[in-house]
Design a protein around this ligand. Structure first.
Ligand code: ZN
Length: 231
């Protein structure tokens, strides 16, 4: 039976705690997404397979130890709504929440046991100022907390600014995407197994460019995880 709590019930009447994804469901207290949405999200279960649709994308492009994406991204689906809230509506706690959600699964996977550091794909500093946060870092904060692994978000630097990447086109249009990134104090990653992370994987060009930079440092091993795979 529901415990009667006059003040919280009254507060809920005026400021209802509504799911950020569907805008209708009532999530558990302290959670941003309702249980119905969470149960409906199209999970890939890639973390249970060494070879999957994400690792295939990087065949012949990047040598990966492991790779996985949590969800399939479909246009006009729930995951698009999730991404929209996270990236454009300032709902940065969604990134941390999904990071914890996935971190809990990755901790149980045999393929992500030797990760030393989590490295989010960076935004250009100007874009980060505009948005107020980097959604990949938010995802990384949640992963780090659940996996008990540090998240290093100042090692990869983005030098190239693209105003509206999602509308104008993709990184693939640049002649040399690798040159769009740089490393800051790379001695920190030498000999480490890095988990490079991003929000959505489309062509893989951005992750490839980041990965090629990271793999220039001696004895670095690379794995990749994204929140969603759009293909
Ligand atoms: Zn919902």
């Amino acid at each position: 039976m529901k415990r009667l709590n006059y003040w919280s019930d009254l507060l809920d009447l005026f400021f209802p705690h509504i799911c950020l994804v569907c805008g209708e469901g009532r999530p558990l207290p302290e959670e941003p997404i309702c249980l119905h949405c969470l149960a409906s999200f199209p999970e890939t279960n890639f973390h249970l397979h060494t070879e999957n649709a994400l690792t295939e994308i990087f065949w012949g492009r990047l040598p990966l130890q492991s790779g996985a994406a949590l969800f399939y991204f479909r246009k006009s689906g729930l995951i698009q709504s999730l991404m929209h809230q996270l990236k454009y509506k300032g709902q940065k706690e969604l990134g941390v929440f999904m990071g914890k959600y996935y971190g809990n699964q990755l901790r149980e996977s045999p393929f992500f046991q030797s990760i030393d550091l989590i490295i989010p794909v960076p935004l250009h500093p100007r874009k980060r100022r505009q948005r107020g946060f980097n959604q990949s870092t938010q995802f990384g904060i949640g992963l780090a907390e659940e996996m008990q692994i540090p998240c290093l978000d100042d090692c990869l630097i983005r030098k190239q600014y693209t105003s509206t990447q999602t509308k104008k086109g993709r990184w693939a249009r640049f002649e040399n995407v690798e040159a769009a990134f740089d490393l800051h104090r790379p001695e920190r990653i030498q000999g480490k197994h890095l988990l490079l992370i991003d929000d959505v994987l489309t062509t893989g060009a951005t992750l490839e460019a980041c990965g090629l930079n990271l793999l220039k440092i001696p004895e670095v091993k690379l794995s990749i995880v994204t929140l969603a795979l759009a293909r």
